[in-house]
Every structure is written in C-alpha cells, then in structure tokens.
Ligand binder design. Structure first.
Ligand SMILES: *Cc1c(COP(=O)(O)O)cnc(C)c1O
Length: 445
C-alpha cells in the first residue's frame, strides 16, 4: 500500500467498536487468529457475572513472546511420534528426515528476511550467533578496531560486543562507539548516524545496529547504513530480533554482511526457540576466521569423520552442532503459518493498518495523557508503539498494573515505557479498540 493511500485510509478511521468490528470483517487475515492458542484471562479478572466463562486476553506481547501456532504444536508432536517410531533411523525416514531438517526452513526463512536460500540458517541462540558472527566479521587492525553500536542497545548485545572487544585486547571505553539520540530526544536521527559513520568510519571495524529498536520501535535505515559503512570500509551487521517477521527487508540486495535474529518474538516459534542467521553470499567462499563444528562441514564427507574442516559454501558453514529438531519443527510450523497468510507483504499490509488504528485511537481519546515515542512515519516503525503516560495522579507503572488486571498483556520497560505490539497474525481491530477503552478507563479511575 502506498503511504499516500494509507494516510488517506487513516483519515477514515472511526472511534467506535462497530467500526473496529467492520475492519475485522474486512480483514483477509482475521481467520488466522483461530490457528493460535490465545491465553485466557484468569478468573480473578472477571466480574462475578462472567466468572464461568472463558475470555481471551488482549495479547499485545508478541514482541516478547509470540503465541503458539497450531501447526507448531502439530509438527512438534509429529517429531515426537517419529522419534518413538524410528529411533535413530528418524534421521533418514519420513517426509521430513532429521538429517537435512534445517534445509526445509531455509526457503521460507529467506523470503521473510529478503535473502537467498543459501544465505540463511537456523541455529543456536541469538546471542551465540552474534558471537559467532563477530568471530568472523570483527577483524580489528591497529588503525581500525572499533565497533559502532547504539547507546540504548539490548543488554545482551552490549555485553557480547564488550566481551568481544576485551577478547581482542581492547577496552570497551576506547573501542565501543555508541550512537545516541540527541539530548531531550528519544529517537536516533538518520543524519546523525550518517555523520558519525563519515566522521569515525576509518576507525570502525564493525557496525552492529538493530533493524528495529526494541525500546522505541524505531526502524533503522538498514540499506543506507550498509552503504555508508561500506563506503568507509566497515563491516555491517544487524540484530533483527525485533525486525524479523515484523517488517519487510532485502538483506541480500542491501549487501548486508551478516544478520542475526530470534524466532520466539514476531516469528512465534516458542520460548527459547533456536535463532536465525544470515551471511551474505559474497562471504561464503572467503577464508574467514570461524569457530567451527561438524555440522558446518561439507555434507558429502561429514560422516567420513576426517580431521580437516571443509566448510559448506553457504551460511550453513557456521553451524556447530546437529540442531534441536523439536525446536526446528516448531519454527517450521510457524513459518508455514506465515506462508499460508501470504508472507511478509500480507502481514505488513495489515500491520500498518492495525498499528495505525491503535495510533489513531490513542490520539483521538488520550492525546493529553499519553505520549507516543515511536515514529509517526509508518515506514519507520513496525507493529509496536511505545507509550509514556503523563498523569499527576498515577505513575505509569500503576496504570500498567491496572490494564494488566483488566486482561491486557503488554510489556513494561523501565523507567517508564509501555510497549504495545498488535500482531497482524492473531490480533484484531477489536482488540485494539478494547485496549484503548481499558486504558482510558484506567486513566480515569
Ligand atoms: C530479544 C533480544 C535478545 C535476546 O537474546 P537471546 O540470545 O535470544 O536470549 C537479544 N538482542 C535483542 C536486540 C533482542 O531484542
């Protein structure tokens, strides 16, 4: 949808439950909610008259843990049955044998992040993959040894970068450059990123930034950052924890060197699901430093059990171990659900409307009480809106507690942000309407 058409559409939003229900009726993805298990409100949340009923929570926490797709439950169960039935022979038996199981995920995964099939692999966890990528792509020299990250990076990313620097003998104080919003601002300005890379680029070995900032929901201009970095000779990688399954990307075309993400947030693959990793094709045949394991070895000779490592010329070369199949099965179910829904273009189209509707209702109802940190421009945000609440009578935490008690699952981040993430696969326009209703009652009470 063009930005123009979208803005036009928002102008026609109406602040009523009937309108929200009408949007749900017209929503091509509405039926997908029934493919997910929606947590139920605990009975303590009901007034007495309802206490015998089941009632769905209003779940806006897909940016932290996505809900369970029916297909994931089904595919995991299939693998358990296979294990019982075949034992070790399950590596080669059935439609989805374990030996090449991760290969079944490559095509759908590649489509989601805009990559070639041989550029993506599901393995390990997000932070582990950040380390493995830095082993290969952070190659400091005397003149060029710094890493550029953002000031408010997710803690795990900061710890990983600091420990890599120390591992190479540098102090984070000298070698970690942090880009921050200007004083009094919440978002990082594009021109400030560009300026910093132009200024300090000659000393920067690696740029490691998020695709979508976890706290503010700001989308970083990944294509431009990659260009600016490459112009100065830096490696450029992205943490896509909040971007994968949320916004559309073209990692291959943008020439991004590497990227890492998790599958338990917008990709609905379950708590601690193994992570995803992208390595651009241009690096597959380079003789890079790498921490190796047998699952990265040439598949045709892996079981000759030789002592010399021959890397697979693809992202698979970074695999260490044979992967946890139950986790891969869950991811396969979640990816199949995304495919069935029409892939990222379909998800993104609804997401823009859904989050646009949330924004419209918040501004229409509560403009004087809440402040939206997340960018207004739809191209610069995904599902999530981050709110701060300004009242004289209640703290933000207090309001958060009230909406939770009323059956809303959202996310509180210190010092004072409530993150709300309506997810196109299982959230409805009615969810959004009811949430804003609950929030405004909580603010009045
Ligand atoms: C969620 C998230 C993580 C979590 O890391 P794990 O290794 O999966 O525990 C790391 N970085 C960012 C930016 C995240 O959003």
């Amino acid at each position: 949808m063009s930005v123009q058409a979208d803005i036009h559409h928002n102008l026609n939003f109406k602040n009523s439950l009937e309108f929200a229900q009408m949007m749900d009726d017209k929503d091509a993805l509405a039926s997908f909610q029934s493919q997910f298990t929606i947590p139920q409100m605990s009975s303590s949340n009901f007034s007495d008259s309802q206490s015998h009923q089941q009632k769905n929570e209003i779940y806006f926490c897909g940016n932290s843990l996505g809900l369970m797709p029916e297909k994931s439950r089904q595919y995991v169960e299939e693998e358990l049955i296979k294990w019982g039935h075949y034992g070790v022979k399950g590596h080669f038996e059935s439609e989805h044998p374990w030996m090449p199981y991760h290969e079944f995920l490559a095509r759908p995964m590649a489509n989601i992040v805009g990559a070639e099939e041989n550029e993506v692999v599901c393995m390990n966890s997000l932070t582990t993959n950040l380390h493995l990528m830095m082993v290969s792509f952070y190659r400091p020299t005397k003149k060029r040894f710094k890493i550029l990250i953002e000031d408010h990076a997710f803690p795990s990313d900061t710890y990983a970068v600091a420990s890599q620097l120390k591992f190479h003998g540098y102090s984070p104080e000298d070698a970690m450059i942090k880009i921050a919003p200007r004083t009094g601002e919440e978002l990082i300005r594009e021109q400030d990123i560009q300026h910093l890379i132009e200024q300090a680029g000659d000393e920067i070995a690696l740029i490691l930034l998020p695709g979508v900032q976890y706290y503010t929901g700001q989308v970083f201009p990944m294509e431009k950052i990659t260009q600016w970095g490459h112009n100065k000779g830096c490696m450029v990688g992205f943490d896509l924890a909040h971007a994968a399954g949320n916004i559309e990307m073209q990692l291959h075309q943008w020439q991004v060197d590497f990227a890492c993400w998790c599958h338990y947030k917008y990709l609905n693959s379950g708590p601690g699901a193994i992570a995803g990793c992208f390595v651009h094709e241009k690096h597959h045949r380079e003789n890079l430093p790498r921490f190796s394991g047998w699952w990265g070895h040439d598949k045709t000779t892996r079981f000759k059990m030789g002592s010399e490592f021959h890397p697979i010329p693809s992202a698979e070369a970074w695999q260490l171990s044979n992967p946890p199949i139950l986790s891969l099965a869950s991811i396969r179910g979640a990816l199949d659900t995304v495919i069935e829904a029409g892939g990222m273009p379909a998800l993104r189209k609804k997401s823009m409307l859904l989050t646009g509707y949330l924004e419209f209702l918040l501004l229409d109802t509560l403009a004087d009480k809440i402040h939206i940190i997340t960018p207004e421009n739809k191209q610069q945000r995904g599902c999530q809106l981050s709110l701060t609440i300004a009242t004289d009578t209640h703290s933000g935490k207090d309001i958060f507690q009230r909406i939770e008690n009323a059956g809303v699952t959202a996310d509180w981040r210190e010092p004072n942000v409530i993150r709300i993430a309506p997810v196109p696969l299982y959230n409805s326009f009615s969810d959004v309407y009811q949430f804003v209703d609950i929030l405004s009652k909580s603010l009045k009470a």
